[in-house]
Design a protein around this ligand. Structure first.
Ligand code: OGA
Ligand code: MN
Length: 292
């Protein structure tokens, strides 16, 4: 079958079907998916019962897999393969953690608008998130399009942000959430990444307003002014009319382009099990997604 696309939102996001993601992808299918990603920024696949291995295999078609903060913080992980990111509220024993457990800190950080791994070089390109077990209430994931955010900036702000660069720091969201007991060594282990605030999206050639909560400072601007401007821009980017809310079903795979969108998780009942699995592809020039 061939890729079929049904738009789910006025400016981005499509439901994709017609390709079985559990089997190895042909190059033609990978190119078609890539072209759809460049256009829509987020693709929603329903009813894809992927194993961990199949998810890794599917993701690898789009570039080398990112291991994010695991590069620096060696902590015991529930999922055996370091390329799998455990988006769950479960501990090593597979049981739901207490609500104040450290594992939930990543869940809380994921509830702030962000782009995966924007604090690293290379940053994340595509992320694929697959739903295994869902709570009975809440836990949606919301997405906003950073190209639409740029397109709708007023001219004065557009002129103001042109040429600015922002520093994205791995621990910034943790520190915002009150988790600041890091040693100097840990703080330095992951130097910030610097990205233009206004950039060209490599896949579509469109302009993007590259904001998100990992950005903590604009180069050459005071911290106070930087943070106000960054929070204003993020608020603009995530106005409700530009947001798609994904209500999960078991077996969904949602795939997004971190270079063109931001996302956040929503609250859910932390005493219920929520189990998803993520893979993320690095934004490297040799990734196949560089091929138009
Ligand atoms: C992620 C993420 C949000 C959620 O997996 O990168 O931010 O809803 N997830 O779990
Ligand atoms: Mn994320």
């Amino acid at each position: 079958m061939t890729l079929a696309l049904k738009p789910l939102h006025p400016v981005f996001v499509a439901e994709a079907s017609g390709i079985d993601l559990t089997s190895p992808l042909s190059r033609g299918d990978a190119c078609a998916i890539n072209a759809a990603m460049n256009e829509f920024g987020v693709l929603v696949w329903r009813g894809q019962p992927l194993t961990a291995e199949q998810q890794i295999q599917f993701s690898t078609a789009f570039g080398p897999l990112d291991i994010g903060l695991k590069r620096v913080f060696k902590r015991p992980e529930r999922l055996g393969d370091e390329r799998l990111i455990d988006i769950s509220n479960l501990g090593m024993d597979g049981n739901v953690q207490k609500r104040d457990a450290p594992k939930n800190l990543s869940n809380f950080a994921n509830q702030l608008w962000h782009s995966d791994s924007s604090f690293m070089t290379p940053r994340g390109a595509y992320s694929m998130l697959h739903a295994l077990v869902l709570p009975s209430w809440g836990g949606e994931t919301e997405f906003a399009d950073l190209r639409a955010a740029y397109d709708t900036l007023d001219l004065r702000t557009r002129e103001m942000v042109a040429g600015l660069k922002a520093e994205h720091y791995a621990l910034h969201t943790r520190i915002l959430l009150g988790d600041d007991a890091y040693t100097d060594e840990q703080k330095k282990a992951m130097p910030p990444a610097i990205w233009p605030l206004v950039d060209t999206h490599p896949g579509s050639g469109r302009m993007v307003l590259f904001v998100g909560v990992h950005a903590r400072q604009i180069i050459g601007m005071s911290t106070a002014e930087s943070r106000l401007l960054l929070s204003d821009l993020l608020e603009h980017a995530t106005r409700r009319e530009r947001v798609y809310v994904h209500k999960w079903q078991v077996g969904d795979l949602v795939m997004w382009d971190n270079r063109a969108t931001v996302h956040r998780g929503r609250r859910f009942d932390l005493s219920e099990r929520r189990e998803l699995r993520r893979t993320t592809v690095n934004d490297t020039p040799d990734a196949m997604l560089a091929v138009a």
